[in-house]
Design a protein. Structure first.
Length: 128
């Protein structure tokens, strides 16, 4: 019979290697300082550092409506006139626009056949 194998227990060491932590911290600090130094050199080379930079320009004020309430009233009046008035929708096809209330009345008077086609479908000519 084979002897029983005992698993090797691997445990994490209790102490932290401080030189690794200090090395990572110093490396991060060095990387940050190098990045800032390169950014400063780039700004000096491009001539955008210091007081020689241009002052910010003032933007024009936004173009606002002079009378928003009046424009809203005009818009709503035009929409109401379009909904409540008669007009041609497509003159060549013979389609008109009628008021919503009149259209609802016409549909209600047709009863169960309200949504049936108005004209029978055109049958193709069998001689063609």
């Amino acid at each position: 019979m084979a002897p029983e194998a005992t698993p090797r227990v691997r445990r994490q060491p209790r102490d932290v290697r401080s030189w690794i932590v200090v090395g990572i911290g110093l490396g991060t600090l060095g990387l940050v300082l190098a990045t800032l130094g390169l950014a400063w050199l780039f700004a000096r080379f491009m001539g955008i550092a210091g007081p020689s930079a241009l002052p910010p320009t003032a933007f024009p004020p936004p173009a606002l409506q002079s009378d928003p309430a009046g424009e809203l009233r005009d818009y709503q009046a035009a929409q109401r006139a379009r909904l409540e008035g008669y007009a041609w929708a497509d003159r060549e096809a013979g389609r008109v626009r009628i008021p919503v209330a009149r259209a609802m009345t016409l549909l209600a008077t047709r009863g169960a056949a309200a949504f049936d086609p108005l004209d029978p479908p055109q049958m193709p000519d069998p001689r063609r």
